[in-house]
Design a protein around this ligand. Structure first.
Ligand SMILES: [Fe+2]
Length: 341
């Protein structure tokens, strides 16, 4: 209840403090007093205070000097300035600095009580609005997360359905995602970047939907034209996902077959100019491809695949990313592969 509020009366004149205290106590307010700015700060530090009645003129630190300190350190505390009639300009200035109201001497105690009621009501409304806004922001954030989760789930289902058509690629994107996320975490990337890796890993081969199935599952060696056709999936995939994911994810899909030394097909950037996410995906993608059966070759052993990543660090792969990948225990990811296969 507003009339149970705690009020601090700051004035160097004891009679004025007593007068105001008596009147406000009758209204049910819990009042305390301070005879100087220093005493006021001391009381504020040790007692929760809803409202301060602050005398503008006091020996030592004035009310004008104290007001900004109270506003900064106790933003939820309302302040009413107490002024002599001649100080209206200063009082107006104080209101611009965050005071709720001003009362003029000699005091009409009914007006003082009315001003206190109004200031406390205004403060209550402000706190309610702030709490509502915070609640709203939290609600929006929760909804956004939920939409992302549902959307990611739908995309996941689509990718798995596409991969399930082909026994050679079943589960590939999920494993690439897990490896890429593990590398991202090991690199100490911020959670937003790790989340981007999750999307990139899941969607990196979505462009294969536009690739000739006969070429994709050809048991023999690909002709240069066929290889070139297959490799268009990176650019096609980037175009497909562009409307629904952020630019970083689009770029990591576009560049996920780039070689670190620039030797990849039709490559336009090299080294650190290749987006970081794409360099991470390149390692994760190549490792999983090596340990999986392909129409034209059998799966490589994990040991051998790890050696290949080590051997190609600095040429095909970013050496830093390769080194980080080699520190990650891949056993769990490989085990999951066996469960899916
Ligand atoms: Fe790919």
């Amino acid at each position: 209840m507003a009339n149970k509020a705690k009020i601090l009366i700051v004035d160097d004149e004891v009679t004025i403090r007593k007068l105001i205290r008596q009147r406000l106590s009758r209204e049910g307010y819990q009042c305390s007093e301070a005879g100087s700015a220093e005493q006021a700060l001391e009381k504020l530090a040790h007692n929760s205070t809803e409202l301060v009645i602050l005398d503008i003129r006091m020996p030592g630190k004035s009310g004008i000097e104290l007001l900004p300190e109270i506003r900064a350190d106790y933003p939820d505390t309302a302040v009413i300035m107490a002024t002599a009639v001649a100080e209206i300009d200063i009082a107006t200035q104080c209101m611009k600095q965050g005071a709720y109201d001003y009362i003029s001497k000699p005091f009409n105690l009914d007006e003082v009580a009315l001003s206190v009621d109004r200031a406390l009501e205004k403060r209550k409304l402000e706190l309610e609005i702030r709490e509502y806004q915070q609640h709203l922001e939290q609600k929006v954030e929760e909804q956004t997360q939920e939409i992302r989760r549902v959307f990611l789930g739908a995309i996941e289902a689509l990718v798995f359905a596409l991969e399930a058509k082909d026994k050679y690629t079943a589960g590939h994107s999920r494993r690439v995602t897990e490896i890429a996320v593990a590398i991202g975490r090991e690199l100490g990337l911020p959670s937003d970047d790790v989340e981007d890796l999750r999307w990139g890993g899941l969607l990196h081969d979505v462009g294969k939907i536009a690739i000739d199935q006969l070429i994709q599952s050809k048991p023999g060696k690909l002709t240069p034209e066929e290889y070139e056709h297959i490799m268009t999936h990176a650019h096609v995939g980037a175009g497909i996902v562009k409307p629904v994911v952020n630019e970083k994810v689009v770029e990591m899909i576009e560049h996920h077959h780039d070689h670190y030394d620039g030797s990849g097909l039709h490559q336009v950037v090299a080294g650190k100019n290749i987006p970081l996410g794409a360099r991470v995906l390149a390692v994760a993608d190549a490792f999983d491809a090596m340990i999986s059966d392909r129409p034209y070759r059998s799966a490589m052993s994990v040991e051998k695949a790890l050696n290949e990543i080590r051997r190609c660090a600095g040429t095909q792969f970013d050496p830093t990313i390769a080194a980080v990948f080699l520190k990650i225990p891949v056993a769990k990811i490989v085990q999951e592969k066996c469960e899916i296969a």
